[in-house]
Design a protein around this ligand. Sequence first.
Ligand code: SPV
Ligand code: MG
Length: 670
Amino acid sequence: MKALILNSGLGHRMGVLTSEHPKCMTELSPSQTVLSRQLSLLCDAGIKDVIMTTGYYEDVLREYCLSLDLPLRITFVRNPIYDKTNYIYSIYCAREYLRDDDIILMHGDLVFENSVFDEVMRFGGSCMTVSSTQSLPQKDFKAVVKDGKITKVGVEFFEDGAVAAQPLYRMVRSDWMVWLEGIVEYCERGEVKCYAENALNEVSDLCSVRPLDVGGMLCSEIDTPQDYSVVKATLQEIESRIVYMCFSTDIIHSGHISIIRKAQRLGKLIIGVLSDEATASFKHYPMVPFEQRCSLFENISGVYKVVRQDTLSYKDNIRSLHPYYVVHGDDWREGFQRPVREEVCSVLSEYGGHLVEFPYTKDDALDQLEDLYRSRLSMPDFRRARLSKLLAMKGLVTAIEAHSGITGLIAEKTTVLQDGKTYQFDAMWLSSLCDSTAKGKPDIELVDLSSRLRTVDDIMDVTTKPIIFDGDTGGLPEHFTYTVRTLERLGVSMVIIEDKVGLKKNSLFGTSVPQTQDDIEHFCEKIRAGKRARKSRDFMICARIESLILEKGQEDAIRRARAYVEAGADAIMIHSRKKEPDEIFSFVEEFRLQDKATPIAVVPTSFNTVTEDEFKRRGVNIVIYANQLTRSGFPAMQEAAKTILRNHRAAEADAMCMPIKDIITLIPEE
Ligand code: SPV
Ligand code: MG
């Protein structure tokens, strides 16, 4: 594609503005003229060849073009009788350069906003820009449109079907050749003072030039000083429009750069960088920390500003920045981001902002990098370290029990979008109760460590989230040291051991079964042994206090908590089987009087009405949903089994089952 820019004319209606140079060199801003703007747009669109007709102040024009130092091959073609002819003759002079390609034709005094040019470049076929929202100008071009095609262009057409038109054309070669031959004929019979469009009008039935309606967008010729001041002010307003995009990516690739470049063409680009927390909530823990992700974007030329976006929802940033445009790839029309998009549209509509969506380009190289990163997430060192990072980042983390590969996948993948935020569990709880139950065994430390580790391995095989391991009593201190090393090596983030000895029973039995609490010093010794065995700083040992379960009172619980922290516990867990959360709240309150830092874990199985927000407010850091998948899954299975038995066939159980198609596609093959 070549560009043809017509710059031969005198521009006499501009007065002093054109007394020393051609009209196209009129300044639009201290750093831009009409011509430099046109040429940069051509460069951005990847056009390399420009044919420029010259005449008036030709030397000044040539020198100016060279000084711009743009990556363009400009062929200057002089119209020797520019002062006696119209541009039809300039095109005639340049005809030999114009026969071999599609042509973008523009008058040298035409100023159009970037989006107009983008649409011209995107147009399939030949077109001329028109504006259906503009009233018909008295002196300027009108195009007459019939059956979607332009039949005539000129200043004299006020008839039905006429629309205001601007001399910016995209001409595919075959259509252009028809017009060019018309121009040649006109000029060779001496008709050199009319518009080139007169020649087009005679052959318009032999080519197909369609109107490209640019509505109210800026696309104007500058003929007079009045035009000049209006266009200049409009352009300034357009270029100061705020454009907003948000990114959560760790890696910037060519697809991002390309959409950023497109967004920059719409105005001043502000980039929102999604906070670590928001990113982790819907994707995965960011590989590159927030500050570094910000500086990635700050270092892209032409990015006006980088701001933080705290939620997946754009609402707050849109309300504070008031962008004229929000830009996004069109991939968010479907999937979990769809409600986010809908909210963006509704917030923008509050003040007349616009959403611009560019086609999403799938990038295989990026997908591979993401896969690589995802696989690293599951590597022991990465996975293990993530729990302490999440604790530091979020203040409160949630864990749900997992006892198999499939429950691990549920813990890993279940996502809920609510009020513009995405919610996921942060971690998995390797419950002794659920692991034993899945194996049909009682929760009495009967399932040995090797078997429990097999479950850990099954889960780790298909997930990336951090794991909190229910270590029961931890066994003898001498054994616990090995457990710590093994778990740590596997990539488990935390082991929780409870201060009980003898035959361990599940805490929720409370005092209805004999259970013995360890003595403080003995349990502290176990903690110390575990801490000595630990190799990495990010593996945590959490001491679980059973005083409330065994009705020993808060004082005992607090005394133990302090002793365990003193012995090196990285976190404490306080357990209760009361329906009301009061004893938990009162323990947390008292513990926090002296210790603000040590993370506190709770297992709200019985005191299940307390929300995560309330726990967080009261100083809790880890909420473990210890058995809900097991308790919901098994009754459903039992019911299906009973239904088959009752009916002596499976048909009646079908409604309670996942369709076969879904179950076989539930788990991806890679
Ligand atoms: C488990 O899930 O195995 C626990 C928590 O230890 S609880 O069942 O409440 O004791
Ligand atoms: Mg347990």
